[in-house]
Design a protein around this ligand. Structure first.
Ligand SMILES: [Zn+2]
Length: 244
């Protein structure tokens, strides 16, 4: 194939791809997940709402970030990352609301891919061998139909290639933690509201995925539970947002 015909084939393909996308948008216009306005792009967030987001820029820090410092003196954490700052009445708050209550599980996957692009070259990601979403209380998950942290994890996994360890940690029913203790032979019950699965696989470094970190109390409890069962397992934290 000559250079000219290769170029023209490529041009035709690009033109066809673009026309196909334009047609799809005409038939199924996408809406911004923040403001719900129609938005002629594959991007989930319109350019206006995107300009309103407060990115942390943590991937560029050489000093410890405020998310690193949040866990100092509480639990040992290998690395941390949050994509956005969360302020009240901000676009980030709308995103988190849409993620949890918008009945749009695909939003989480799209945002997870965005996180994945920001973390894929970070040093602490390199030897991570599993992604563990923060579990939801079973009743909440039943009502919502999905766990937003699992959706984020799907997107991160897609970009980084790190597999998700589904059901590695589960959330306990509050009242069931004592009475059902003897009935979960596959689970190691520990203090707190989490139960950690006994597994034959030998994870060395896991990434816990959360949607928003505020006080860090939930993550602290979850990490304590995991480290009681697996004292040598290294743990990092990735969150969509950190509260300001
Ligand atoms: Zn918008």
């Amino acid at each position: 194939m000559s250079i000219i015909s290769a170029f023209s084939t490529r041009f035709r393909l690009t033109f066809w791809e673009k026309s196909k996308q334009d047609l799809l948008h005409l038939l199924f216009p996408s809406k911004c997940i923040v403001c719900s306005e129609e938005w002629p792009s594959n991007e989930p967030i319109c350019s206006f709402c995107k300009s309103e987001l407060h990115y942390t820029g943590f991937e560029k820090y050489s000093e410890p970030t405020e998310l690193d410092k949040l866990f100092w003196g509480r639990v040992t954490v290998e690395g941390t990352f949050a994509l956005l700052y969360f302020y009240k009445n901000s676009s980030t708050q709308k995103i988190l609301h849409s993620l949890k209550y918008g009945n749009k599980p695909e939003t989480g996957r799209i945002l997870g891919k965005e996180i994945g692009k920001h973390v894929k070259d970070l040093a602490f990601i390199e030897d991570a061998d599993a992604i563990v979403p923060v579990p939801l209380h079973p009743k909440k998950q039943f009502v919502r139909g999905y766990n937003q942290s699992t959706q984020l994890a799907e997107g991160i996994s897609e970009i980084t290639g790190i597999p998700i360890a589904h059901h590695f940690v589960a959330k306990l029913q509050h009242t069931a933690s004592q009475t059902r203790q003897g009935r979960f032979s596959r689970w190691e019950n520990v203090t707190g509201n989490f139960r950690v699965k006994k597994t034959t696989s030998s994870y060395k470094h896991i990434l816990i995925i959360d949607d928003v970190v505020t006080t860090g109390a939930t993550l602290e409890a979850m990490i304590r539970s995991i480290q009681t069962v697996y004292p040598d397992l290294r743990i990092s934290i990735i969150s969509l947002a950190i509260a300001k």
